[in-house]
Design a protein around this ligand. Structure first.
Ligand code: GUN
Length: 284
């Protein structure tokens, strides 16, 4: 079997076209959706992600600002910036780019952002709402993955989903969202012996390990759906996923590429959450 490629870039483009119209309608009502991104330090990958987010906002008509702080910034300084943004009615979304320098406690920072502006969906209140199946800001990468599956009418209910990775940003929440869609979910991680024994049973395999090409054809059941969340820079400078795409695509029914797979959908869901916040539909 040769897999159909789910191109996240194309899907993201379609969704962003629809969002542009929503943003125009909001502006006509006097509301300009606004996202503020806080970048602490000068991690090159973070800088690139943050500028990608700003560009996507601009293209969609969403107003955005990047606040940059030095790598030496203290936790108190960052918390002060967050307090100001929490109190600013013109700001609908606040995103503090992770990882943060080691002198800053990430959990304290995430919890300082008011849940009503937590467009990353990382605040424990929003995580709790997601776990209990309530309407909330869903974390962007997991939500983007669900939207990719739904865009191809891929059945989730009753399917065996195997998630590789258990990060708070991707692994844990993607399993939860797919459980909410009535999948049977298995989590595997760095301490799981014999990964292939689990992955070979997956109808939908979500790979978020962060190591180039660790998943090959031998891990995949014929006809499985393979979602590759990995973004790894290899020796020649190019970006590649956690999955050996060429090998996997001969066995899977659907597969996401890297780049142009999950990445553009993550940013698109951030735009959607920012618009949702501006609409004020969530109650806290
Ligand atoms: N770092 C890597 N991914 C993300 C993300 O989705 N949100 C934030 N805030 N930081 C990240």
């Amino acid at each position: 079997m040769t897999a159909e490629v789910i191109n996240g870039k194309e899907l993201a483009k379609d969704l962003r076209e629809e969002m542009k119209q929503e943003v125009t309608a909001l502006k006509d009502e006097g509301i300009t959706p606004h996202l503020t991104v806080v970048l602490v330090g000068d991690n090159p990958a973070s800088k690139s992600y943050v500028s990608g987010k700003k560009k996507a906002c601009e293209e969609t008509g969403i107003s955005s600002e990047i606040i940059t702080m030095p790598a030496t910034a203290s936790e108190e300084e960052l918390l002060e910036v967050i307090d100001k943004l929490n109190a600013d009615d013109a700001v609908h979304g606040i995103l503090v780019q992770l990882p943060l320098p080691e002198q800053i406690d990430e959990d304290r920072v995430i919890e300082a952002i008011t849940p009503a502006k937590d467009v990353d969906g990382f605040h424990p209140i929003n995580i709790g709402r997601m776990m209990t199946g309530k309407d909330t800001f869903l974390p962007c990468t997991p939500y983007g993955i669900v939207r990719m599956l739904k865009s191809r009418n891929i059945q989730i209910e009753g399917k065996h989903v195997v998630v590789l990775g258990r990060s708070n940003i991707v692994g844990k929440p993607v399993g939860q969202l797919l459980l909410n869609e009535n999948a049977t979910v298995t989590y595997c991680h760095s301490r799981t012996p014999d990964l292939a024994a689990f992955t070979k049973d997956a109808d939908i395999l979500v790979v978020a390990i962060g190591k180039a090409h660790v998943i090959g054809a031998e891990h995949i059941k014929e006809g499985a759906v393979v979602i590759d969340v990995g973004v790894n820079r290899i020796e020649d400078g190019s970006l590649t996923g956690d999955v050996d795409f060429e090998a996997a695509k001969e066995k899977a029914s659907y597969i996401t590429p890297v780049p142009q797979g999950v990445g553009p959908m993550t940013i698109t869901m951030l735009l959607e959450n920012t618009i949702k916040s501006a609409k004020g539909v969530l109650q806290y």
